[in-house]
Write a protein that binds this ligand. Structure first.
Ligand code: UDP
Length: 416
């Protein structure tokens, strides 16, 4: 059996207060025919990154609708994850080597995982390229009975995908009954799955990461990490990944500090188990920081967990997500939900979330990131206004209940 991820319980009724009783009622009615259905989600990591974040809420909410939902993760190896990270980068437009040996490492490991799949499922949702070829091999494990609906959820922006690598994946993903995407622009024209659905990710307003926190608690947590909440704070929360441009954020911060000398930068990033690049990027970021005591470089290794991320985002005067490429960027919705303005790189799903000049700003360079930060630090009322507009935008479009409804509709339409 694949590794099963243990989950907390969640009750959809608790979301009435934030999403509205009508929404909850509508989802319940839509899900009624799915009662007792068996749904399996499969991805590559139980911790670190947006997909793990999403499934930790989505699967318990499916259960609260009377659905037998499970989340399992594939097992990999250093070699496998090095290949899948190269694939991830190439699908976002980077130049990486791609050869027969890499393809063999990939396919053999996915075959191993396919043989570990057990039980029978009404729906199997496979996330991202790492396990994408499961369906090709699953016939050998006996799991693929007639009537199982297979869905591929692609969280990546494929607009600039390397053609040869995408062509390698295409025959594997074309076998799925449906594919789900964050934005219509991400869907390659060559994809021939029967159903293509656009359903952007969402944040859980009741998770420890997004719950309301009292100011003294926020101050206390920040203090434990040497962050002074009486001074201006710029904050980016992200995996240590080149596409998140943490070094660019440090460069922007240095320009900001020339004009706002007491400013601090908080960079908090987790080390994901399926991401072999993070330690290398961490070292680059450490080097860029040098001896600068106003740059707080933090990770899960220093016990930075959900509550700390929540506190840092709340304490921030400006939240930054200066990505160069981004599937969605949950951290943007997280920052906006806390009533903070967000400055984001003009990339992928960030453009869905930040209405430029309304909830924050979209930027294309280190300089514009710095200029916009300086502007917001000088105008705290404007910053608060933008944060509040952003919070409402997230309430309308990017809460877990919206995503749950999209998925329940898709499951229902595949059954019918
Ligand atoms: N995250 C976290 N701790 C960290 C860094 C990131 O919990 O140190 C979370 C972050 O709050 C967000 C998710 O990981 O919920 C990152 O998702 P996003 O979509 O922004 O980026 P991805 O990592 O999927 O590319």
């Amino acid at each position: 059996m694949l590794e099963r991820v243990p989950l907390l319980e969640k009750d959809l009724a608790d979301y009435e207060g934030v999403a509205g009783a009508d929404t909850v009622e509508r989802i319940r009615a839509l899900a009624e025919p799915l009662r007792g259905a068996r749904i399996l989600h499969v991805n590559a990591t139980a911790y670190g990154g947006g997909v793990a974040e999403l499934l930790a809420t989505h699967v318990p909410l499916l259960r609260s609708l009377g659905i037998e939902a499970e989340w399992q993760v594939i097992h990999g190896s250093d070699e496998f994850f090095a290949v899948t990270k190269a694939v991830h980068n190439a699908l976002q437009g980077a130049d990486v080597p791609w050869n027969h040996d890499m393809q063999k490492v990939y396919l053999e490991k996915v075959l191993d995982n396919a043989l570990l799949l057990e039980d029978s499922w009404d729906y199997v949702v496979v996330h991202d390229p790492q396990p994408a070829a499961l369906l090709t091999f699953v016939g050998y494990s006996g799991v693929n009975r007639p009537g199982t609906h297979w869905i591929w959820r692609c969280h990546i922006d494929l607009t600039d995908a390397r053609a040869d690598i995408w062509e390698f994946f295409l025959p594997h993903v074309e076998q799925y009954d449906a594919s789900v995407w964050t934005m219509p622009e991400f869907v390659p024209a060559s994809l021939g799955t029967e159903r293509v659905v656009v359903a952007p990710p969402c944040i859980d307003p009741l998770s420890v990461k997004n719950l309301d926190l009292h100011d003294p608690f926020v101050t206390e947590i920040c203090k434990q990490y040497g962050i002074d909440t009486t001074r201006p704070i710029m904050c980016q929360v992200s995996r240590y990944d080149p596409w998140k441009d943490p070094v660019g954020v440090i460069e922007a911060f240095r320009i900001v500090r020339d004009e706002v000398p007491d400013a601090q930068l908080v960079l908090a990033g987790s080390m994901a188990t399926d991401d072999p690049e993070c330690f290398r990027v961490w070292e680059q970021v450490e080097e860029a920081r040098g001896q600068d005591r106003d740059i707080h470089l933090l990770s899960n290794i220093q016990q930075v967990g959900n509550v700390q991320i929540n506190a840092f985002q709340r304490a921030a005067d400006v939240v930054v997500q200066k990505s160069l490429r981004e599937g969605f960027g949950l951290t943007v919705a997280e920052g906006l939900w806390k009533g903070r303005p967000v400055i984001g790189g003009r990339a992928g799903g960030i453009e869905l979330q930040i209405r430029d000049g309304l909830d924050g700003y979209l930027v294309d360079s280190v300089e514009s990131c710095a200029r916009r930060t300086i502007e917001l630090l000088a105008n705290p009322d404007r910053a608060d206004e933008m944060g509040m507009a952003g919070k409402e935008h997230v309430r309308q479009n990017f809460l877990s209940t919206r995503e749950l409804e999209d998925w329940v509709r898709l499951f229902g339409s595949l059954a019918g």
